[in-house]
Each structure stands twice: as C-alpha cells, then as structure tokens.
Design a protein around this ligand. Structure first.
Ligand SMILES: NC(=O)c1ncn([C@@H]2O[C@H](COP(=O)(O)O)[C@@H](O)[C@H]2O)c1NC=O
Length: 525
C-alpha cells in the first residue's frame, strides 16, 4: 500500500513563522504549476513577492479567528491533508475537499519567545502553536500521498525532486519522521517550560516527566571503543563557552573520548577566573593543574605535575592561547586537543605543522556556564541531580587542628580543593604554590588515593614536603592523614563529618598539620 507512485502535486499549503527561503520555494512551486494556499502572514509575504496565493480562509470559507488561534483547524484543511488518494476520493468529492499535496509549516517560535527574561505567561501561551503541529502530524501520517516540509534546509531537495518527476517515498518518509521529531521536540519544550513554572509554584525540584531534546550534530567515527557506534547531540541554544558550542579552529575531527575529556578539562579550568590557569586531562581526570603569571607558566607547571600522563592529553586554558605557549606544547608533547577561550593568530598558525591536533576556541564563558542539572543514565532509568557547584567561601572554613594554616597554605588549600572537585572519587590532590604536585584519582579507598598522589609526585620528581592535601570527602580513618604526613603534607582541606573525625584531627595534630573542614563534599563518579 505504501509504495504507490505519487500523483503530480497540484496544491501546496504554506504556513510558516520562519519565513526564510519561503519565497524561493513558493516561486519554484509556482513555476511547476502548483497552486499556493497560505495563512495570513505567510500569504502577505508571498503577495509581497508578487506570487499568486489563495488565503486559507478563502479555501475554508471561514475567517481566521481568535487572534490566529484558529486558522487552519478546519475539515477542508485536514481532510485535504489526510484523505487517502484512491480510498477517500468519493468522500472528499462529497464534502468538496480538495487534496493538499505539499505542506510547508514551521511553528511559532516558542523557544525564542520564552528565552526572553521578560516573557509573560500570556505571551508564552499565545506562542504555543496548535494548528501548525496538527497539520504537520496529519501530513506526516499521510506521507504516502503528501510531502511535509518543516525545515527550510529541505526546501531545495524537494523542489529538485518535484522538478524531476516527483518525490520518492523514501524522501517523503524521511520528511514525515522529521516532522514528528519536530512536533515532539516542540511539545517537549512546552511541557518543560510549563512544568518548570509549576515547579516554582509547588517547589518541586524535578518535573514529573523528563523531556530532553537534543539535535544530532555529528555521527562520530566510533564511541569509547572502536566497536561502539556513536554520535554527538547538542542542546538547541546550548550555552556559549562549552565544548558543545566551541569552534574547531584546526585539526582532525574530535572523537568521542576527545569530546568527553575536553569537557572535563574545560569545566575544570573554568573554576579559575582571573589568574591564567592550565588543566591537562587524561581519561576524564586532571593529571596536572596549575595557575601561573602567564598561560605559558601555567602550562609548564601543569605539565611538570605528570609529564608521563600528559602524553596524548587534552589541555585547557582559561585565558587566550599565545603563540609561544602553542609552540611549546606542540614541540614538547603529543597532545590530542587544546582548548582556550580565544587563540592568537600566530598561535593558530603554529598548529598548521601538526594537522592532527584539534584546537578549540570556546569564546568567553559566562560566570555560571556549566550545566544546571546533571543526568546520568543507569540501565532502565536516568538519575538527575543539581550540578555540583563550588560555593565555598573563606568564611565557611573551620580550622579543626591546633595549628592554623598560614597564608601560603590557605591559598594552596583552596586551589587544591577546587581541583579535587574535578577529580574522580576517591580524589586526593597534593598541591603547592598553586600547582598540583600529585593527584590520586578514582580509587576505591581514600588511603590508596593518598598514596598514589605521593607516588605521582615522586615519579615527577616533585618534592612533597611543604605541600597541602585536598580530599573530596571525609577521611574515614586516620590512615590517609598518616600516609600524607609521611609524604610531607603540611595542611589538609576536607569536608569533615566522619564518625572518626576526632581520630583524624588527633592524627593531624600529632603531625603538626593544619586541618580545615569545608562542610561540603564533592564526590564525582
Ligand atoms: N491556529 C491555527 O489554526 C494555525 N494554523 C497554522 N498556524 C501557525 O501559524 C504560523 C503562520 O502564521 P502566518 O502565516 O499568519 O504568519 C505557522 O507557524 C503555523 O504553524 C496556526 N497557529 C497556531 O496554532
């Protein structure tokens, strides 16, 4: 039933909010002898381009009413879209329903309107399109006989097909699926927007139903491993200053792992604002983080933390990348991706010699540019939570040891704490002079993470004595403190809250360490 050849199109209904490409399409349709029917604003645009057009109201014999709430919701429109050619001919003739062979609709710009901070509920509601989705769904259902267009990007392909004998069923089916995706996304956004308002009133933190709408940006070569197929999806209106919206200035296509690691590196480097900072990431964990007087110094110090792991790493900066630093990175190490808010022309030129290295410019990022909600898939479900935010104020710190940290230690404690937020749990970060000295990541026991941080420092030839330690969660036993003291750690920052806090504090005092509690935990899995 679904493969019958399509009779030549005779009538098109056009009703679009986004009028881009409209007149060219209509001109092409007119040249093919297809008559044009349109709603008010669309008809006006077509008439302005001297195209012959009939208003829907003339077709239905019913005016557009209620400020456009009802324009196309009429049996003569929906019968024309839904009538099965061959099966419904008699009933169509009986009721004077003329077939509509091509539908061109895009919807009221609900997203754009509701993105305005001053958008009222009334304005939002008037921008919920009803007639448009109804027509799209009707035409898509009847795609055996009707061509449905909801995206100006498809106009040329359809015009070309019509000019060359008609649209193949595969094309019509693809466009039908696209129309349903379009209306589903649209309804999802309306539901989320209204849901969010309801939440505000009832103070429910999460909506009862979750509608996530992402557009496929790219099919990736493969996923985490070569046998896994993969794709990148992005949010519509994704925030600036993110990997999803970054501009690729140079290099090969980004892989799945590149994107995931680049995101980890960028989100970590955003923790530092004024002072130049550099983060080097491997397998989603920072292996070197440093601040510096310049971007170059930050890179040198981040690299020195773990040169072995930095091989094949992802490097992110929070300040513009200069030519000198770019040249140093490229000559010194194998690097997969370099990310910065901006890139000097001469720095970009340096990448010409290494065509495989990806260079990303994110543009400046707003202060709160990360995700507000974090999602994680589990088999058969999805976990949603507020994104972890760094809200620590100096005044939140509670000194629990006998010795109070000195100013240098305090500076390094805060630096290490910021870094620990971006290290997988159990996270231990050793730091000194605003640079990491050793990082223990992703271990099942905290004391082993502390030991790994010490081993890493030793491997890199960095001396631990005088350094500080940050722990993303409390120490369940004193062993982590003893371990760190043995390595030469002088001060500790951690949330506190363990049943054995007293034992842990006693250990710190015994080693003459300064210890501060943050009262906040930063697990990351
Ligand atoms: N109410 C209706 O019957 C109706 N029919 C079509 N629309 C929408 O009206 C817009 C086009 O309006 P105009 O041609 O007046 O600029 C399109 O986005 C279309 O999806 C409608 N508007 C809202 O539901």
């Amino acid at each position: 039933m679904f493969e019958t050849p399509l009779a030549p199109a005779r009538r098109a209904l056009l009703s679009v909010s986004d009028k881009s490409g409209l007149c060219d399409l209509a001109r092409g349709l007119d040249a093919l002898g297809i008559s044009l029917v349109s709603t008010g604003g669309t008809a006006q645009t077509l008439r302005g381009a001297h195209l012959p057009v009939t208003e829907v109201s003339a077709l239905t014999g019913f005016p557009e009413i209620m400020d456009g709430r009802v324009k196309t919701l009429h049996p003569l429109v929906h019968g024309g879209l839904l009538g099965r050619r061959g099966t419904d001919d008699a009933v169509m003739a009986e009721h004077g329903i003329a077939a509509i062979d091509l539908l061109v609709v895009n919807l009221y710009p609900f997203d754009t309107v509701t993105a305005r901070p001053d958008c009222s509920l009334e304005e939002a509601i008037e921008n919920i399109d009803i007639g448009g989705p109804a027509m799209l769904r009707a035409a898509a259902k009847n795609h055996e006989h009707v061509i449905v267009l909801c995206d100006p990007a498809d106009y040329a392909e359809v015009l070309d097909a019509l000019a060359h004998g008609g649209t193949p069923i595969e094309l019509r089916r693809r466009l039908a699926a696209k129309a349903y995706a379009h209306t589903a996304t649209y309804d999802g956004r309306v539901a989320s927007w209204l849901g969010a308002r309801t939440q505000g009133e009832n103070s429910e933190p999460f909506p009862p139903n979750l509608h996530l709408a992402y557009e496929r940006k790219r099919i990736l070569r493969y996923g985490e491993n070569p046998h896994q197929a993969a794709a990148l999806y992005v949010e519509r209106n994704a925030p600036r200053g993110t990997i999803a919206t970054a501009q690729v200035l140079a290099g090969k296509e980004l892989s799945y792992n590149n994107l995931a690691d680049a995101d980890a590196a960028l989100e970590c480097v955003k923790a530092f604002q004024r002072t130049p900072a550099c983060v080097i990431v491997k397998h989603a964990n920072p292996c070197g983080v440093a601040l510096g007087a310049s971007v170059r110094e930050a890179y040198e110090h981040a690299y020195a933390c773990d040169p072995v792991s930095a091989f094949g790493g992802i490097i992110a900066f929070n300040h513009r990348l200069d030519a000198e630093t770019a040249a140093l990175i490229l000559e010194r190490q194998f690097v997969e991706v370099v990310i910065a808010p901006g890139v000097e022309d001469a720095a970009l030129a340096a990448f010409a010699k290494k065509p495989n290295v990806r260079l990303l410019a994110t543009g400046d990022w707003p202060e709160q540019s990360g995700q507000s909600v974090d999602y994680k898939r589990i088999a058969g479900g999805m976990l949603a939570q507020d994104a972890d935010r760094d809200t620590l104020m100096l005044t939140d710190l509670k000194v629990v040891s006998r010795r109070v940290p000195n100013a240098d230690e305090l500076r390094d404690l805060l630096f290490a704490w910021h870094v620990s937020m971006y290290v997988k749990s159990n996270a231990i970060v050793y730091a000194r002079e605003s640079r990491t000295i050793g990082i223990g990541a992703g271990q099942m026991s905290r004391v082993i993470s502390a030991r790994i941080a010490a081993i890493k420092a030793e491997e890199a030839g960095l001396s631990v004595p005088g350094s500080v330690m940050a722990s993303d969660a409390f120490f369940p036993f004193r062993d982590g403190i003893d371990m760190a003291a043995q390595a030469g750690i002088r001060a500790v920052i951690q949330p506190g809250g363990s049943m054995r806090d007293n034992e842990v504090i006693v250990a710190a005092d015994e080693h003459d360490m300064a210890m501060v509690f943050t009262g906040v935990r930063h697990f990351r899995h």
